[in-house]
Ligand binder design. Sequence first.
Ligand code: SF4
Length: 334
Amino acid sequence: MEVRVAAKAGFCFGVKRAMEMALDTVLKKEGPIFSLGLLIHNPQAVEYLAKKGIKEINDLDEINEGTLIIRSHGVGPGSLHIARDKGLDIVDATCPFVRRAQVLASDLISEGYQVVVVGDRKHPEVQGIIGWTAGKAIVVENAEEAVFIDQYRKIGVVAQTTQPLENFEAVIKVISERNKEVRACNTICSATSERQQAASELARQVDAMVVVGGKNSANTRKLFSLCSKSGTPTFLVETAGELNQAWFQGVKVVGLTAGASTPDWIIEEVKSRMSEFEEMNNREEGMEEAVEVKAVRNGQVLKGMVVHVGQDEVMVDVGAKSEGVIPIRELSCC
Ligand code: SF4
């Protein structure tokens, strides 16, 4: 069984950078270290970071000292002010692509534009961008919602970095039909679409697909859904321990992809476990071949090899499960 890994899989630039900054913080900083929200949407990586001493908090009210890591999704300026006022040591791991969206949204507001953010209004990245517009941004998820936006003198549009380009363009189209001055700022990062495209392409070329990632990770679930849609049997696992050997019976080529928050070490574990399955399946197939027996029916004439001649009987190997036994008295000599 050949294991093919998607051309783009696993950590994106922003998550990798945030992980490295977090681990670097552990080495360099004294005292307690916190992350505001989950640093990464992967339970095993979170557990690993917790063992390293990074504790997750959901509200700045929970702490008054120590180092605070801002995750790749970023936060609004309000959270940064509170953290500074508390004297926290801030390690800002906001992804530069997210930071660009924040800065553009903030600039648009300063220049008198009504800001529209295309994305998931509950997502922390979108919440952070809204913060950089002093809470004035309107959020729409799609073109259907954009129809209800009032008319403004000037409208500036930014996107949650993981948005599909088609959705962003559809929203721009609707807004442009109803407003004179529209400034569209494409803040979409290509990491998500590249991973999705690579996974879909691979799923069409293989007999089975394995998607590795946190079940709480939206981009992992999206990869799973895209691969499943290709018609190829697709399995979602968080760790190598969840793999089932039976999934790979008769599979010649299996594809492997992973969400943007899946660490390399988990991908490697899954890959090596699948290689073990290959060896086990090969061994079992070999054993099956070894014990394969001929079915013998009444009246059938068989050729065989005499393997033993005793006083009263002759044993003949006819390729069946056991040798045939012929009493000597039933044999005739010419
Ligand atoms: S998906 Fe893109 S924007 Fe989001 S963290 Fe990764 S690299 Fe940054």
